[in-house]
Each structure stands twice: as C-alpha cells, then as structure tokens.
Design a protein around this ligand. Structure first.
Ligand SMILES: [Zn+2]
Ligand SMILES: [Zn+2]
Length: 339
C-alpha cells in the first residue's frame, strides 16, 4: 500500500512537471498544428485533387472535409470549455449556428419530458479544494487554467489546442479528431502514387510538376499516415468512453469504483450511462431531442444538451450505484495523496 502510494505520488510529480512544460510550450504547439494542417491541405489540393476521378463530386466532398477540419480546429481552440462561474450560454441566431429541431427550442430542462427524452436530474454540488468554489458534479479543477471546468475531460496543449476540453468544446474536439482521421486517411489512399513519384520510385517524364515541393509533399504524406494511426487510436478511446457515458477522467475513476464495489460484492452502475446509442446521440446532441443530423457534416456550432448543472440519468437513479456518498474520487483526494 505504501509502495503504491509512493508510485502514485511520483506519477503525480511527473504529471505536474509535464503540465508546466506543456503549458508553457502550448502556443508553440498551436502554431505548429496550424502550419501542418494548412500545409497538408495545400498539398492535397495542389498535388492530389487535380487528378481525382469524378471531380464534380469528389472535389466538393474534399472541400467539405477540409472546411470541417479547419472549422472544428478553430472552434476547439477558441470556444471556452465552460468554467463553473460562467452563466449558461445561449445559441445566437447566426449563420454559424445550427437551428434546433425540437419543440423545446433550447436545453433539455429538469422535469420537462416527452417521448424518449432522457430524464434530467440536478447536479450534486461539491466544493473545490483548490479554488474553494461550489461546483456541479462532473466539473474538475484544471491545474494549468487554475479554474474549475464544467464536464472536464482533459487539458490539451499537445494536440495544439492549448486549453481545456470540457462541456462546450468537447464535441468540436471529437469532431476535429474525426475529420483529421478522415482527411489523413483520404490523403494516404489517394496520394500514394504521387508519394512514389516524389520519392523517385515511379519515374516522372519531366520535373515534379506541382507548386508544392516534392520533399514537403513526402514529409506531409508520412506525417499524415502517422497521424491517421495515432489520432485514430485516440479517437477510438474517446468514442468508447462517450458510448459508455464517461469523460476521460470518469473512465479512470469508474475503474476504481468498479473495483471498490466488487470488493463489497456489489455492482457499480454509472448513472450517466443511458445505453450506447443514447450516449452518443446526447454527446453529439442530435436526434429527436437535439439538433438535426446534418450538424455532423456541416461546420456549424451547436450547444450541448445541458448547461452542466443537470445531467441525463438512467431511470431510477439519482446517483451512481455501488459507490457511497463521500467515497467519490475528487480533486481533493489527489491533494490528500500529495501531502
Ligand atoms: Zn477549482
Ligand atoms: Zn485547462
């Protein structure tokens, strides 16, 4: 037990230093990501796009993917994740915002129910030991932002976002990863012949005929193959968590709750888990109670299904099963471990 505590403390120290370094280097990563995404897009439309078959269909499709990729990256970098002291947000009527399809016209509200609408329950409140503010459940304190974030997932400097991923930008984060995987996959499949030409494996009748230098094209091609795989794995983890009704933090916590419940011969039930399909629909906020499906393919902004002060829960549950009041892991328990 002492040994496990020591390892945990050691891990926490490494994490804290990692946070400090990546926090300071965040703007550099953002600049690098913008440069790489833009160069990749230019490479595609300069080298690969002119030789695509059925250009009247394929070129608009590629443009749509590229716009989505850039838009969701921009949104995830600029839309604040939602801090506990922020007032609930409204969707302005602007071209960039999708119109909601349901009768409710806004967020799902507590007590209001209609066919298949999930049951909303008010958040339990706790006090943050670091900023000493009252916060709703699923909020966590970010050490880099030094504030409590609603439905905190993680602080993300390395992938170029340099801010927290939370309630209001988590959908953009996942959509950005989805479009990045799709774009790099298309790049890999459609651009391999040009890659062989750039490397000189397939000889060209004359010099490299594109404006983008062959060296840059080859570098971007390799990078996009690596990113397709790496981000694909990350995306799978995130989608798996979402389909279980868990954030990244909760996925770790629930693992411990499951163990604790098992020791007591009980079963842990995550009360936010409404079944895979409903969890995914709620996360992307589409379907009968949300926005139209086309918000997945057009680069539009939408609001999450909740303002972070109430949550959809399984019928008959007001909290998780198998974990007792006061046993939940919070940022406070991390503090105790550090002392
Ligand atoms: Zn806090
Ligand atoms: Zn943060």
């Amino acid at each position: 037990m002492i040994c496990a505590k020591r390892v945990f403390r050691c891990f926490k120290t490494v994490e804290r230093w990692g946070n400090k370094i990546t926090g300071a280097a965040g703007p550099f990563f953002v600049g690098l990501a913008v440069l790489l995404i833009s160069t990749g897009t230019l490479c595609f439309f300069d080298v690969i796009a002119p030789s695509l078959s059925y250009p009247l269909v394929t070129i608009p499709l590629c443009i749509l993917i590229a716009i989505n990729l850039h838009a969701h990256y921009f949104y995830v970098c600029t839309v604040p994740p939602g801090f506990i002291e922020d007032p609930p947000r409204d969707a302005p009527s602007s071209l960039l915002w999708a119109k909601k399809s349901d009768r409710n016209g806004g967020l799902l509200t507590r007590g209001v129910r209609w066919t298949s609408a999930p049951r909303m329950t008010p958040s339990l409140m706790t006090r943050c030991s670091r900023c000493n503010k009252q916060r709703p459940e699923r909020a966590h304190h970010c050490r880099i932002c030094n504030r409590c974030v609603l439905k905190y997932d993680h602080h993300c400097p390395v992938t170029g976002i340099n801010q927290c991923v939370g309630l209001y930008n988590e959908r953009h984060f996942v959509m950005f990863m989805m479009y990045l995987v799709l774009a790099t996959f298309c790049f890999g499949i459609l651009g391999y012949e040009k890659m062989f030409q750039a490397l000189g494996i397939i000889p060209l009748p004359g010099p490299w005929p594109h404006r983008m230098p062959d060296v840059i094209y080859a570098m971007i091609y390799i990078l996009s193959a690596v990113l397709c795989f790496a981000v694909g794995v990350m995306l799978s983890f995130h989608l798996w968590g979402i389909s279980n009704g868990e954030t990244s933090v909760e996925a770790q916590d629930h693992e411990q709750y499951r163990h604790r419940a098992k020791v007591r011969r009980e079963t842990f039930v995550n009360s936010y888990d409404l079944g895979r399909k409903q969890n995914l629909l709620l996360f992307f906020n589409i379907g009968e109670t949300g926005y139209p499906w086309y918000t997945l393919v057009l680069p539009l902004r939408i609001l999450p299904y909740t303002d972070g002060r109430s949550w959809a829960r399984q019928e008959g549950y007001d909290r998780h099963l198998g974990i007792r009041a006061g046993e939940e892991l919070t940022d406070e328990s991390e503090d105790e471990e550090e002392e």
